[in-house]
Design a protein around this ligand. Structure first.
Ligand code: HEM
Length: 408
């Protein structure tokens, strides 16, 4: 057994070790917005994310019509309108909801996934992680009246659509300008399919009998068709794309670090979370969060932030700020958070009023996914996934890693 394996499962870590799989590829894959002041300071990032003067400043934030809060993804809301929306979703993310509703659902999905995996003896891990991420998120949203697999396909098609933002300028020109009318029509067709096949039946069921989910809330509060579609797509992006990718990344790390995998399988829930959160620390999904203050913000650890200054929070940088994470910031050390006496999620789920409401759901999902998959007899990840970067989610996308197991 090599020293790296020993070190990352135990408590001591080799000096200077770098376990990041994204370290090289992010240099060319994801560049921050040109005019942004980028920070890697944990303390300053917190001050920015917690300041009430800050507004979302990601790509499309400037184009939002703030006069209709019910037709804006709550990523972009602020102040009272944002608080109201957060209060409305809080019941879907309680520990009780996770234990009573989502964990049984996670296991039911994994039963299906594993049956399929064992029958074929092989599969693509990104298909399986998509299935789990979609099932759980759509339960929270309340799209439960249709066949789950068909719904997952439609969610995926909608997520993949109109992604020219990721491509090089020439491709973007061709996609948006020359064929723009066609792609928009295609996109509209896909969205309307989701509306008719999944959203409308879910709304009708909840009009008769409201439940504890996002669609019930929107039906009771008379959201428009546009408002409902925006919310569903917000959750598809925020809950499905993120967790789908992270589960693959975590499985990849465990494949390359057998001692860590061994510790994961032997560990209790707390230790498993510590391992998952530590992988997420060095490989966060979100690359940069952007904010802009609508007034001067005095008194931060880096002085006054002038009104209108675009700030980019480099989550990778913040998560490896040695002032808070200690030494060897790029090495996986599951005992780090305990030693540093800090919550293990660091900045991976953001901070302040927009901090991810789905953080606990995502961690449980990843834990169940890995715990179930790694125990399948003969389980093996055969090849590395390919890695690309998405400008729209500001994160990595991992595809085409084949996993195999004993056939039954
Ligand atoms: C590993 C998985 C996940 C990661 C890394 C992640 C990360 C994040 C981050 C960094 C933010 C803050 C964005 C900002 O401040 O600009 C966020 C917000 C959000 N996340 Fe997650 N997320 C994950 C999973 C989920 C899941 C499973 C759900 C729901 C099912 C979810 C729903 C949301 C929503 C609705 C917001 C917007 C909150 C607001 O603006 O108030 N996320 N997420």
């Amino acid at each position: 057994m090599n020293t790296q394996v020993l070190a990352s499962s135990g408590s001591s870590v080799d000096a200077g070790r770098d376990d990041r799989k994204t370290a090289e590829s992010i240099k060319t894959g994801l560049t921050p917005f040109k005019d942004a002041r980028i920070t890697s300071s944990f303390k300053f990032a917190r001050e920015v994310l917690r300041s009430p003067a800050m507004r979302q400043a990601s790509s499309s934030a400037d184009q939002m019509d703030m006069s209709k809060p019910d037709e804006i993804s709550f990523f972009f809301l602020h102040g009272e309108a944002h608080k109201k929306r957060r209060v409305s979703v809080a019941p879907y993310f309680t520990p009780k909801a996770i234990v009573d509703r989502y964990i049984p659902l996670m296991h039911a999905t994994m039963d299906r996934v594993i049956a399929d995996f064992q029958m074929n003896g092989r599969g693509k891990i990104d298909d399986y992680s998509l299935e789990l991420a979609s099932d759980v998120t759509m339960e929270i949203v309340g799209l439960t009246e249709t066949d789950r697999k068909a719904l997952t396909r439609r969610i995926k098609t909608n997520m993949d659509a109109n992604n020219s933002f990721d491509k090089r300028p020439f491709y973007r020109f061709i996609h948006d300008k020359v064929f723009g009318w066609y792609h928009n029509a295609q996109r509209m067709r896909r969205i309307l399919e989701l509306w008719k096949k999944d959203i409308v039946p879910a709304m009708e069921a909840r009009r008769k009998e409201p439940r504890n989910d996002v669609i019930s809330y929107m039906v009771q509060n008379n959201y428009s068709q546009k408002g409902i579609i925006i919310e569903v797509l917000t959750y598809a992006g925020a809950g499905v794309s993120t967790t789908r990718e992270f589960m693959i990344m975590a499985a990849w790390h465990l494949r390359d670090n057998p001692a860590l995998a061994e510790r994961f399988l032997a560990g209790d829930e707390e230790d498993q979370f510590a391992i998952i959160e530590e992988i997420l620390r060095i490989e966060p999904i979100a690359g940069y969060l952007y904010r802009k203050p609508d007034e001067d913000v005095p008194g931060t650890s880096e002085g006054t932030i002038p009104k209108g200054q675009l700030i980019g929070i480099d989550i990778r940088g913040v998560n490896s700020d040695t002032d808070v994470v200690g030494e060897n910031p790029y090495a996986i050390d599951p005992d780090r958070a305990r030693k540093m006496k800090i919550a293990g999620a660091w900045a991976s789920f953001g901070d302040g009023p927009h901090r991810c409401p789905g953080a606990q759901v995502a961690l449980h999902e990843t834990r169940v996914f890995l715990d179930r998959l790694l125990r399948v007899p003969g389980y093996k990840m055969v090849n590395d996934p390919t890695m690309t970067w998405s400008m729209s989610t500001q994160g990595y996308e991992l595809r085409d890693a084949i996993i195999t197991c004993d056939k039954v």
